[in-house]
Design a protein around this ligand. Structure first.
Ligand code: BDR
Ligand code: CA
Length: 312
């Protein structure tokens, strides 16, 4: 089993990523760390505890991390995910407590104590991971890779050009890219291929258990936000793409490319720059960038995992 930590800001799509990782027989989810993003970090932590309780995974340690970015103003995504960051259906109260140490300490402990390299899946702003690498550069070789949801090869969502996670802490992504740690980016160009269509939501609500009903309810709330803010017919379920890529490498097509993030632009701060056509010949590729999603494989994996969790 592949050792994994998820650093997240749950969030409706983060929630599905967590459920998917818990259900996977090939992933060993060793810890969950939380970050500000879709909501305050306190709400993100409470949501992570409730999601793991729903999944029956109360043994997985959860540590709270950053309440804001390395520099600059705090941006929050409550306009998409609601007041709690996970609005919609009622959830069980947390059946577990957050651990005493903070996210950077838990990340460092898991990396230091693992007999194998550990994969980091990051589905919120990159702040906790940047702090980890700043405070413990000696642990960089303990990271197998960082696979993150953020950025885009094309358009943005929080601003016309910047995706939310990279907008929320561009300096943190820049810190990570400067370390040379292996990075894979799953941007909006990929996740907009992962739409929870009415057929997908119906298959969730047809499941005869609370996990299916709750996920369908989450997609209802998330879908209404996407209709209102971006006029989407169905919501893109971004964050589980990171976990599907780990479970089934063939479900995602990748390109090696130079990746940077804009820190200065008057209108473009937080925008990722992905050089897919080698227009910067002096810049060596430094990332794998996702381009095509096999939608059928994606939804087969996600729906089977949710059904398995609900009937366990
Ligand atoms: C990203 O921002 C959040 O709304 C989602 O959880 C996802 O991680 C998409 O831009
Ligand atoms: Ca997220």
């Amino acid at each position: 089993m592949r050792p994994l930590i998820i650093d997240c800001d749950p969030g409706h799509d983060d929630a599905l990523a967590l459920l998917l990782a818990v259900a996977s027989p090939t992933l060993d989810l060793r810890a969950v760390t939380t970050c500000f993003g879709n909501c305050s970090v306190q709400d993100a932590t409470r949501n992570a505890l409730r999601i793991l309780t729903l999944a029956g995974a109360t043994h997985i340690p959860v540590a709270q991390g950053a309440s804001g970015p390395l520099t600059g103003e705090v941006a929050l995504g409550n306009y998409v995910h609601g007041v709690s960051g996970l609005d919609g259906p009622d959830l069980p109260e947390p059946g577990m407590e957050v651990v005493a140490q903070d996210a950077v300490k838990l990340l460092a402990d898991v990396l230091r104590n693992s007999d194998e390299k550990v994969t980091l899946a990051v589905t919120g702003p990159m702040t906790n991971v940047a702090r980890l690498l700043q405070q413990h550069p000696e642990l960089t070789p303990r990271i197998d890779e960082i696979i993150f949801m953020g950025g885009s090869t094309e358009r943005g969502n929080h601003t016309p050009t910047a995706e939310f996670n990279t907008y929320a802490d561009p300096e943190a992504l820049d810190v990570v890219l400067q370390t040379g740690v292996p990075v894979r980016m799953i941007g909006l160009n990929l996740t907009h291929q992962a739409l929870a269509t009415p057929e997908v939501v119906r298959r969730m609500s047809d499941m005869q258990h609370s996990v299916g009903q709750i996920c369908a309810g989450w997609m209802g709330f998330f879908g209404a936000s996407y209709r209102k803010v971006w006029e989407f017919d169905a919501p893109p379920v971004h964050d589980p793409c990171t976990i599907v890529a780990l479970i089934d490498p063939g479900a995602v097509t990748w390109r090696e490319a130079f990746l940077a993030v804009e820190l200065e632009g008057r209108w473009t701060r937080g925008t990722t720059v992905v050089d897919l056509h080698e227009r910067y010949p002096d810049q060596a590729p430094n990332a794998q960038v996702a381009t095509v999603l096999d939608r059928d494989r994606y939804w087969r994996i996600v729906l089977e995992a949710l059904d398995k969790l609900g009937t366990a």
